[in-house]
Design a protein around this ligand. Sequence first.
Ligand code: SF4
Length: 388
Amino acid sequence: MDAKQWGVYVHIPFCRQKCFYCDFPSFAGRERYWEDYTGALCREIAVRGSYYRQQWGKPATIYLGGGTPSILPEKFMKQLLSELRQIFLPDGKAEEFTVECNPGTVDEPYLAMLRNRGVNRLSFGVQSFDDTLLKRIGRIHNGQQAVDAVAMARRVGFANLSLDLMYGLPGQTLEQLKESVEQALSLKPEHISIYGLQLEEGTAFYRMQELGKLNLPTDDVTEAMYDYMTEYLPSQGYERYEISNFARPGFESRHNMSYWQDVPYLGVGAAAHSYLDGQRWAAFAELDRYMDAIKENRIPVEPEEAATTAIAIEEFCFLALRTAKGISREKFLQKFGREMDVWYGTVLRDLSARKLLVDDGRYVRLTRQGMKYGNLVFEKFLLDAQDF
Ligand code: SF4
């Protein structure tokens, strides 16, 4: 059997409370679902997972995201990890096996349990070390808990940790951000992700903004925050390998890279996305609908609009452009049968002249400016259906 590069994503859609900015598919107050949902995940892994495992061999990466995976009590997490290992990892090991953790939901025995069951990378949603800010955005943890969580993870043997930070938060100053970044660096994580606050419809912050009650930093301050992070982190040894992601050499997230590099992945669980055989699928987001489908041996997914060639090309470019490496011209040619200049010749010349892109003949990548004004570049990569 030919081993194929692919990954597995497992979605845990539970949180202790909903953060005020969050529009991810996650629910608070659904403790009554934990047991049955874990059972449904295990069943889906056993059926769909086994199918792809037989086709493609062992996945290179497994990623438990959410929601808050670490909210699952030990009993259910053990059950899930044992199913994952049994189906996907006959030798007990994955190249990269990540669990997202909320610093407010873990203790040392829990992290040791993850480590002993093959998890080799943790991603902590820290966002800030400033307690007032954390409260203001609806997080359940405080700065000290984040420091303690990292120390515990180190003690039980994790050598690959990622911290998420946010900027552009209500009332946040550049000084506060700098303090949080310094504190993050003092913990020596291998990987840091930074996200600017986005106001998404349906969130508490969106409603507050509509009522004029959200005190956001000005555009100038937000831009200064962005400039500071994107200049300072590389100077401290964290290479920017994707628009929002920085890592020490060799610690780039393999799983996330696969999203941007057109590698297939199987999504397991409610609302999980899959990219298989060139098709993207999204599982039912409603928990009951998802669990009923699993119970009745139905695939819990609905096909997204069949990707036209135009959409497939756009997606390929958008995803690859996010990375420091950029779009591989050769990969583009292999996948779509024609040079990318057929569709993008003028765009490439124009964006290169404006110093937003570099085209070295093998790769087309964003410059630093291009990353900053990514949306401006991405919109140029939209295709006209009439071109096909
Ligand atoms: S912990 Fe994460 S997934 Fe849960 S509500 Fe907060 S941001 Fe959303």
